[in-house]
Design a protein around this ligand. Sequence first.
Ligand code: AMP
Length: 280
Amino acid sequence: MQIFRHIQPLRSFLEAKRQQKLVTGLVPTMGSLHAGHLSLVNHSKKQDDLTICSIYVNPLQFNNKEDLKNYPRMPEQDQALLEKTGCDALFMPDDSELYGPYEPIRFDFGNLDAVMEGKFRPGHFSGVAMVVSKFLNIVQPTRAYFGQKDWQQVVIIRHLVNQLKFNTEIHTLPIVRDSDGLALSSRNTRLNAELRKSSPVFYEALVHARELLAASMPVARVKEEITRFVNARPHARLEYFEVADSENLFLLDNVEEAECPILCIAGYIGDVRLIDNMFY
Ligand code: AMP
């Protein structure tokens, strides 16, 4: 696996590959890789001639300084895991390589980032859009892979690609979970044994909510029930539970209002913030 820390050598490497008409796949990550990330890499390995993974903890998408400081970083382990998948290239730029001294562009996604993660993490999706735009521009991949785990991010990136006419197909892959339902996340490494015990509560809440909605309970009542359900678990605190139209992220009062509703949840276990979602 070739490792690139600078844009120019990566561009030259990719230019040579494009002349050979090789189809490229990009998997953007913030590192501390787990089986969820690796499922994206493996998928690209199967579909594309050349797989590029990026690891960059993007300061612009952290609205909370402590979260950025505490975000797990394990570059050696990540490189070893990627080598095993057969990933062809790893792009690991530093902040000055990507941003330099310039003021970054700000994006406004209207309704798409006025709710859920966008509401509780102001500026988050503008930061995501900035860094994803840079990566798509630098790598110009045929396909880029994102996890359903961050569904709102998927919707916003599809919109970004559509509006800016990036020549990249966006592919989304299912959430990889631990055996007790906890969605894999780099932040899970911050859960001690005690906190880990409580952490499947968000997955359990989604399953519970889906049952209540299927039994025709209105969303407002399901929200009350889910708030009780999560907050009753030691160390757990609900930040939001929403039912949205998965296409445009309009919040629903009733699952019948959308063709394909999605249930989204976020909250804290101790001081670790986790998110999860499930299609209805
Ligand atoms: P991150 O490193 O958290 O920015 O994630 C990088 C990519 O991996 C994003 O597209 C995430 O949605 C995806 N991802 C994170 N966790 C999972 C998971 N448990 N299952 C599938 N994909 C995931």
